[in-house]
Structure formats: C-alpha cells, structure tokens
Design a protein around this ligand. Structure first.
Ligand code: FAD
Length: 344
C-alpha cells in the first residue's frame, strides 16, 4: 500500500533541501540507555543529516546517561534536562519540554523507539503541533531535493508493508522506530558529542500521576534483545510443564523464554513473555517455536528471526511455512534429547 500524509497546516516552513536535523528521544532505565532508543538513533542517522539526542531524568541518572550518549557514533549533540518530575516521566509532563525545544530550534525530525512511552509521547507532541506521527517504521529515507521523507511500516500484522511519504508541507516529521529493523547504534572511539543542558518545564496541573512501575524480574536474557529465544505454545499443557520442558533448553542455549498468546492466556507463562502482534516483536539469531501452530498473529512477532526452528507434531502446522528447520515430532520426546545433546 502507499499513502501520502497531507497536513499542510503548520506555520513553520523550511527552505526545500535544508539538511535534516533529527532529535532522538533517548529512553533509559535506571541509567542504562534502552536498546530500542539505540535503534532509533541508527534510523535517524539514515536521514543523512545531523542527529541530536534528548535525555531527561532525575539528577541521579542523567549525568551517567549523557556520558554514555556522548560516545555514541554519529551524535552531534546531547541535550539533557533534569527534574524530579522526569524521574518516572509521563508523556503529559514531557510534552511541554519537547514543544519548547522544537519551537526554539531547527529540528526537522523527531524520533523515538516504538516503546510504550514513545508511542504515547510523540503522537501527543505532534498532535499539539498539528502534524502527524508515523509509527513503527522499518525503513526511512530522506529526499533532500524536495524535503520529503519516505517510510515503510508493516500493517495487517505484518502481512503488508505500507510506504508512507511525509512531504515538505510537514515541517517537523515525527516517527517511531521498530527496534528489530535497525541495528543498535554503537559507541565509537573518539566520539564526544557536545552536551547541552536544557531548562526543564515545570508542569503543575498534570491530570495523571505515576504511582509505581513493576518490572518482571528474571535472571534470563531480556526477550526483546536476546539473540536466542525458546518459545512454547498451548501444547505445553500447564505452567509446571512449560517450565520443566522449556527452561532446561533455554538454560543450555543461554536463551530468553517466549510464549504464544494461547500459552499466556492459559496461565503457563507471564504475559511479559508473549511474542506476537499483541506481544513483543523479536528478531533473534535463533527462534525455537515448540508446540506453536504459527497463527499470523504469532508470526507477526517473530518471522524476521534469522533462523527459525519449529517442533510440531502436525506436519501441516503453518509454522513450518516460515521455519528454516522443521521437525515433525512430539516435543516432549525431542526437547529432552536436544538438551542432552547440547550439554555434550
Ligand atoms: P495452538 O494454535 O492451539 O497450537 C498448538 C500447536 O501445538 C498445534 O499446532 C499442535 O499441533 C501442536 N502440538 C500439540 N501437542 C504437541 C506436542 N506434544 N508436540 C509438538 N507439537 C504439539 N497469538 C500470539 O502468539 N501472539 C500474539 O501476539 C497474538 N495476538 C493476537 C491478537 C489478536 C487480535 C487475535 C485475534 C489473536 C492473537 N493471537 C496471538 C492468537 C493467535 O491467533 C493464536 O490463537 C495463538 O497464537 C495460538 O497459540 P498456539 O500456537 O500456542 O496454540
């Protein structure tokens, strides 16, 4: 599909051909930059112009994040703003800061990861400026000759790719980035982006309040960034069987554990482990689908994995259509054998 975004309403305009200058919202968790934000940085660099980053947070963490960000490859400057209000930021609290930054600067693009926060922040700010946000992009290309940016983004659970053009009439182009489509921006020896403090904007009448963040604790690799994932489906019978069958395999491979929605809905696995359209999108080096049929909603979250291994006792299971290696077998027989072999 192909779409053109028509919103020629913004007061700000730039000379056609002005080089892009992107502002990337860098998210961090307790002082460590999120990998999705590093992918957003790579996407921003593909616009072919300058790239700045914005870091916000409490005084406890901002300094350390700025030091990490300064060493990232391709960053020109790191803007940072510190306030107790930014310790657990809400989109309502950050919006006035971004709006102020954008009104005083020459940014042409605003970029973030397609994270819960990015999906809430960017559309809020862009709506305030009466321009659209393009979400979950998998490629980006800027044409400086006519100041348009072309994006691709998956639609219909990844069954079609939409090509979207944001023309010059949109002076600031907002987009969120699908992490699995872009490599994380690396650090580079000798990189030393300029750091610049920005005054926070105090918000006194916020209609919402952050109460608490509960993070699922696990000693295993994080599913979103793991290079190997072992996933189980409804076939795993119950929570105990899911754990006793999958975890030894995940342990021997150093893999994260994932699950189909049927496994999550049946209470075998926590919903933070769900892979798919309404779960996490992953693209590891190795994805093992055990007792998962391969419904399109599941494929939407894993079909870009580099090597897909499927074990299913039904030879007609749709998972075999995307699998690189398929084994028609009872997983309760083959998984223990696999673990034994891998241990050797
Ligand atoms: P099933 O479809 O029941 O498949 C179980 C498979 O296990 C079968 O293929 C069977 O042959 C095999 N099997 C059984 N016993 C064994 C054995 N002993 N050894 C080997 N194989 C065995 N699903 C997701 O996963 N993620 C999503 O994000 C998601 N989002 C959705 C969003 C919407 C709006 C909707 C409508 C659905 C969504 N679903 C999602 C659900 C999806 O449609 C499927 O229902 C779900 O993926 C099925 O999970 P499953 O493959 O584990 O179960």
């Amino acid at each position: 599909t192909s779409t053109r975004l028509y919103r020629p309403v913004c007061a700000r305009t730039y000379a056609t051909g002005a080089p892009p200058h992107a502002l990337v919202f860098l998210e961090h968790r307790k002082g460590t930059i999120e990998s999705g934000s590093l992918s957003a940085l790579t996407a921003a660099q593909q616009l072919g112009g300058q790239v700045s980053a914005l870091v916000i947070g409490s005084s406890e963490h901002v300094g350390g994040v700025v030091e990490q960000a300064k060493k990232l490859k391709g960053l020109t400057s790191v803007l940072h703003s510190t306030s107790p209000q930014y310790a657990e930021p809400l989109p309502e609290i950050v919006t006035p800061l971004l709006k102020k930054l954008l009104s005083d600067s020459s940014f042409t693009h605003v970029v973030s990861a397609t994270s819960s926060f990015g999906k809430s922040l960017l559309p809020r700010v862009s709506a305030n400026l009466d321009v659209p946000t393009v979400s979950d992009v998998t490629s980006v290309e800027h044409d400086a000759s006519n100041d348009s940016t072309i994006f691709t983004r998956p639609v219909y659970a990844g069954n079609a790719i939409s090509t979207v053009s944001a023309p010059s009439s949109i002076p600031i182009k907002f987009f969120t980035v699908r992490g699995t489509a872009f490599a994380a921006a690396p650090t580079e020896e000798g990189s030393n982006a300029e750091a610049k403090a920005v005054e926070p904007v105090q918000v006194d009448d916020c209609p919402t309040e952050h109460i608490k963040t509960t993070i699922a604790k696990s000693d295993r690799p994080d599913l979103s960034v793991a290079s190997r994932v072992v996933s189980g489906g409804r076939a795993l019978k119950d929570a105990k069987t899911f754990e006793s069958t999958l975890y030894p395999l995940a342990d021997v491979l150093g893999a994260a554990v994932g699950a189909s929605r049927a496994a999550v809905d049946s209470g075998y696995a926590d919903n933070s482990l769900q892979v798919g359209q309404t779960g996490k999108v992953v693209a590891p080096e190795l994805y093992m689908a055990l007792g998962i049929s391969g419904a399109i909603q599941h494929l939407a979250g894993m079909k870009d994995s580099k090597l897909i291994v499927a074990v299913n006792k039904d030879p007609d299971a749709p998972i075999f259509q995307v699998a690189d290696v398929g084994l028609v077998a009872d997983l309760f027989e083959v998984v223990p054998q696999l673990v034994e072999q891998l241990k050797k």
